[in-house]
Write a protein that binds this ligand. Structure first.
Ligand SMILES: Cc1cc2nc3c(=O)[nH]c(=O)nc-3n(C[C@H](O)[C@H](O)[C@H](O)COP(=O)(O)OP(=O)(O)OC[C@H]3O[C@@H](n4cnc5c(N)ncnc54)[C@H](O)[C@@H]3O)c2cc1C
Length: 287
């Protein structure tokens, strides 16, 4: 451990410390401890004082507000998210596939977002759902879309006096859902690619369509203009739009991050989803 280590008992105390000494928040430590390690048997060294935030009750738990908004505290672990039926399918599924069981019991959603790894699993479904991150400082709160918070690989808009308090997801209407992560193996596999898709089909019309690609560039890839190719169309038109849509999607992926086979896999998954809807698939999860 570095010389200074704070263990605040509540959010106000934590924010005062954050303002005063810019201590680095440590939640599950699954990223931070790895980044600070110096070898077996040698204590890790941190670039600034550390603040263990695990006692902050204000950052814990999942709740649903009256208007249906889902609120996930920053300290909520992947295991807690994965086992809560109130959490939107894509987030739950992504959380359930993160690392191995031991990791999922420690890794928090706040840490996953703040770490801003292009291969991190939770930003991808959160960006699909237009989720917002709430940032607290001793001077007040501000919120912004997760998509705006993560500005690039390992880069965020977090100020040095702020802590992520919670993540807010407004209800999203969808009839058809798809999530897939490809890693090298089942446990502890970092994403080689991940893809979330949702569609809302009413009377044969695609009322909404969204997709987001993880591990596909410096940050999660999503593009409303590309999604608009399908929105408002009748499901019978979808087969004729597959090529235009998948080519446009391919265009937003980073060629550097996504070699040919990953792009082909993404194309195939998008095509498969659209073909299933065009064939009149029942509402639910497309597997
Ligand atoms: C073996 C292994 C396997 C892994 N597999 C996966 C995987 O499959 N998918 C995946 O996405 N990740 C994976 N990870 C990475 C890691 O577990 C996740 O990113 C995790 O969600 C980080 O959460 P944490 O609570 O451990 O963060 P910490 O390590 O505590 O912190 C990470 C960063 O976030 C900051 N931070 C934490 N909480 C807050 C907060 N509330 N406010 C502001 N800043 C905060 C910290 O200061 C630090 O910069 C793996 C890591 C390991 C070691």
């Amino acid at each position: 451990m570095s010389a200074s280590c704070y263990i605040p008992e509540n959010l106000t105390e934590a924010l005062e410390i954050r303002k005063k000494v810019h201590a680095i928040p440590l939640a599950g430590g699954t990223d931070l401890m790895v980044q600070a390690k110096r070898g077996i048997g040698i204590n890790p060294v941190f670039p600034a004082p550390i603040m263990i935030i695990t006692n902050l009750e204000e950052l814990k738990g999942i709740r649903v507000e009256e208007d249906g908004t889902l609120v996930i505290g920053a300290l909520t672990t992947s295991a807690e998210i994965a086992s809560d039926e109130r959490v939107f399918y894509h987030i739950r599924k992504a959380a359930s596939l993160m690392g191995a069981v031991s990791l999922r019991n420690s890794a928090t959603i706040g840490g996953n977002i703040a770490n801003a790894s292009p291969k991190g699993d939770l930003p991808q479904p959160l960006i699909l759902l237009d989720a917002e991150v709430v940032l607290s400082s001793i001077d007040g709160e501000r919120s912004m879309k997760v998509d705006d918070f993560i500005t690039g690989a390992k880069k965020t808009a977090l100020k040095d006096d702020e802590i992520i308090k919670e993540i807010r997801v407004r209800p999203v209407k969808a009839t058809h859902l798809f999530y897939h992560k490809i890693g090298t193996r089942r446990a502890n596999a970092i994403s080689k690619l991940s893809l979330s898709i949702l569609a809302d089909v009413e009377d044969g019309i695609v009322k909404d369509f969204r997709a987001s690609s993880g591990a596909a560039g410096n940050k999660v890839k999503r593009d409303r203009n590309v999604e608009m190719i399908l929105i408002g169309k009748h499901i019978e038109e979808l087969p004729s739009l597959v090529e235009e849509f998948t080519s446009a999607w391919d265009g937003i992926l980073s060629p550097h991050a996504m070699p040919k086979y990953r792009r082909e896999s993404t194309r195939r998954m998008l095509s498969y989803f659209l073909e299933r809807i065009a064939a009149g698939a029942e509402p639910g999860i497309i597997e």
